[in-house]
Design a protein around this ligand. Structure first.
Ligand SMILES: [Zn+2]
Length: 259
């Protein structure tokens, strides 16, 4: 049930037939974990809190650096050297007091996953390195938690949703079985522009909202964005039946309902 205040506040979302009051209630009950509160995690957390997501878990062990500010739009110069998850939570809590925020000021690892993945409906990978991406993918597949992956470097970005509830859903490891073929996402060496992160982070937040509100998400769809030509390209990827991460996992258990 929404309060009168919530009805008013979220009225433009509720007006959307594919969201409605039911969708808004689902958003307020949703628990979403965001790994990486940098260039992608900033817009993702901002849009999900603004949309009325009930609880956000922000995971980041990094501190804010001056060179982060042109794209990590939640942070100010006064917050340089503060922990990113902590600083983002401060800002979001002021702006969206309805959203509960839990700060995890550490790097994501197996131990955190064991504890937190049971607590959430959805994970968003907003990290900037390939090792984290493989790890998060593996842990989400093992725990059967849907994962929305975003990545960006230079003028390019990519987006992929992995849904372990769907036996045919390819995972990140199916797409890049070895790290040599995966894009080396390193903004320190390649550079990056804020709006590219806003576009990819916006796409991740949109997918998250659609997922939570029970709208259809295209599976096995890799979306690539080229910020120089402003073009999106969609590729259909296939689940690798030999994938060492997801192939054996999906045969062990039947698909679960997501809530
Ligand atoms: Zn796989």
């Amino acid at each position: 049930m929404l309060t009168q205040q919530q009805q008013l506040k979220y009225s433009r979302q509720i007006l959307l037939k594919k969201i409605g009051e039911q969708g808004q209630v689902a958003l307020s009950n949703a628990r979403v974990l965001i790994v990486g509160v940098g260039g992608l995690g900033n817009p993702v957390a901002l849009y999900l809190a603004a949309a009325g997501v009930g609880k956000l878990f922000l995971v980041d062990g990094d501190i804010i650096e001056l060179s982060n500010l042109p794209r990590q739009i939640l942070f100010s110069e006064q917050q340089v050297n503060n922990n990113k998850a902590d600083a983002a939570a401060d800002k979001l809590q002021q702006q969206f007091p309805e959203t509960e925020i839990e700060v995890i000021d550490e790097m994501f690892d197996q131990e955190l996953a064991d504890y937190y993945l049971n607590e959430v409906d959805l994970v968003l990978d907003c990290t900037d390195n390939i090792n984290s991406r493989y790890l998060i993918n593996k842990l989400c597949v093992q725990s059967k938690i849907p994962l929305i992956i975003g990545a960006a470097t230079g003028f390019d970005g990519q987006h992929l949703m992995v849904d372990p509830h769907d036996d045919n859903s390819a995972c990140y490891h199916c797409l890049y079985p070895s790290s040599e073929k995966a894009p080396a996402n390193n903004c320190q060496t390649a550079g990056i522009l804020g709006p590219i992160l806003a576009i990819i982070g916006g796409m991740q937040a949109l997918t998250a909202i659609k997922y939570i509100t029970d709208n259809k998400i295209p599976t096995n769809q890799l979306s690539l964005f080229d910020g120089l030509t402003n073009q999106w390209q969609q590729f259909t990827i296939k689940k690798n039946s030999q994938c060492e991460v997801c192939a054996k996992e999906t045969t062990m258990q039947p698909p679960l309902n997501k809530h």
